[in-house]
Ligand binder design. Structure first.
Ligand code: AMP
Length: 382
């Protein structure tokens, strides 16, 4: 039996998501989620959660011992400057990923645990790390270097890395395919608008700039994260409000963004409240949209020529109101959304621009699991 399946593992800070994908026929024989790790009544830690995943798969006859399994693909959040491509996991690779924990203290430890447990369960199986930062490693230095003292920046590995890379890679390619264009000759602004949100400027399949930075905090307004703000706000909070680093971290990552602005981080709820005339929800929406528009303008300048703008992730794929507001009144930039197409719901990649629009506007459902599976599979089958 040829091994054509990839198990994709995404070990987040408090959950483990998995999908088993058959690369021969595109089917997904199993998928699931272990949530609330560490909370009462749930898996105690990531090790236990991973063993639960393995047991669930085993109960369906799809366990890690299956001869059809070609590889495990692990999503790893931070690859630093060391990892710019999917990488076959060895002891040395695990050590290197652990060295990057200070850059991603919430995520990389969970990712490493996932890798260790999967390796212990099936030591002979190739395991591949696919990094969230990798797609952005092509950014020119003018885009990734922050304008601070060089020595300090380099000593502490401070630079823009960018995240959601597998999504930006998948969506930019899928957008070119939707337009029937060669990806090597297509310029796309990808707007990944989920609970986390980021924008990227992709030229010929190469990332030129992205909105997230050293960490996933920079850039767009998100569900609970502030996105861009004057760095002096942090100093002001420390000096005037007496807040320590952990409190500031908690404020900006967990109590800001849409949640901080109006008490809700779900765009559906915000839409419902706006329909009832709720001013706070309306303002939160307006601030969110204003930021997206700024990045569309900035990345139009970065790319010079924009062929397409692609909306993806939970908000981007589902909220016609966000898409409409984000691109309203931009006909002079060649961007025109068709109201009827935009209002239609769908689960496949589709165009929502008007016939007269010079820039194609698309809704492209992201598929990070498939992208991870593809990258892992192509590494183990060459
Ligand atoms: P993600 O992180 O990509 O899973 O996106 C999750 C977010 O998508 C949720 O927090 C919601 O704000 C948003 N979302 C999901 N479904 C809808 C919808 N039908 N309309 C508007 N927003 C949605």
């Amino acid at each position: 039996m040829t091994a054509t399946r990839v198990l994709v593992l995404n070990s987040g800070s408090s959950s483990v998501k998995y999908q088993l994908i058959d690369m021969a026929d595109g089917t997904r024989p199993a998928a699931g989620l272990v949530e609330r790790i560490g909370e009462p009544g749930a898996a105690a830690d990531h090790g236990e959660a991973l063993r639960q995943v393995a047991a669930d798969l085993g109960a369906k006859g799809l366990g890690l011992d299956s001869p059809q399994l070609a590889a495990v693909g692990h999503r790893v959040v931070h690859g630093g400057t060391r990892f710019t491509e999917p990488t076959l996991i060895t002891d040395e690779v695990i050590e290197e990923i652990e060295k990057l924990v200070p850059l991603a203290p919430l995520h990389n430890p969970a990712n490493v645990t996932g890798i260790r447990v999967a390796r212990a369960l099936r030591p002979d199986l190739p395991q591949v790390a696919v990094f969230d930062t990798a797609f952005h490693s092509t950014m020119p230095e003018a885009a990734y270097r922050y304008a601070i003292d060089r020595q300090t920046a380099d000593a502490h590995q401070i630079r823009r890395y960018g995240f959601h890379g597998t999504s930006h890679a998948y969506v930019s390619r899928a957008t070119a395919a939707l337009l029937d264009r060669d990806p090597a000759d297509t310029n796309v602004i990808v707007l990944h608008l989920g609970n986390g949100a980021s924008a990227s400027a992709v030229s010929g399949g190469v990332c030129l700039d992205t909105s997230m930075g050293l960490t996933p905090l920079e850039g767009l307004v998100m569900g609970t994260r502030s996105g861009d703000l004057d760095p002096a706000v942090l100093l002001h909070l420390q000096r005037s409000a007496g807040m320590g680093p952990d409190e500031v971290d908690d404020l900006l990552n967990k109590r800001s963004g849409l949640l901080g602005l109006c008490g809700d981080n779900d765009m559906r709820e915000i839409g419902r409240r706006m329909a009832e005339g709720d001013e706070q929800a309306r303002l939160a929406f307006d601030i969110y949209i204003h930021r997206v528009r700024k990045y569309v303008g900035a990345y139009t300048a970065v790319l010079g020529r924009v062929d397409a703008i692609a909306f993806t992730a939970g908000v981007g794929e589902n909220s016609a109101a966000v898409r409409e507001a984000a691109l309203r009144g931009l006909a002079r930039l060649g961007i025109e959304v068709d109201a009827v197409r935009n209002a239609e719901r769908g689960s496949v990649a589709r165009l929502i621009s008007a016939e007269s629009s010079r820039v194609a506007v698309a809704v492209v459902p992201t598929d990070e699991e498939l992208e991870i599976a593809r990258e892992a599979y192509s590494l183990v089958t060459v």
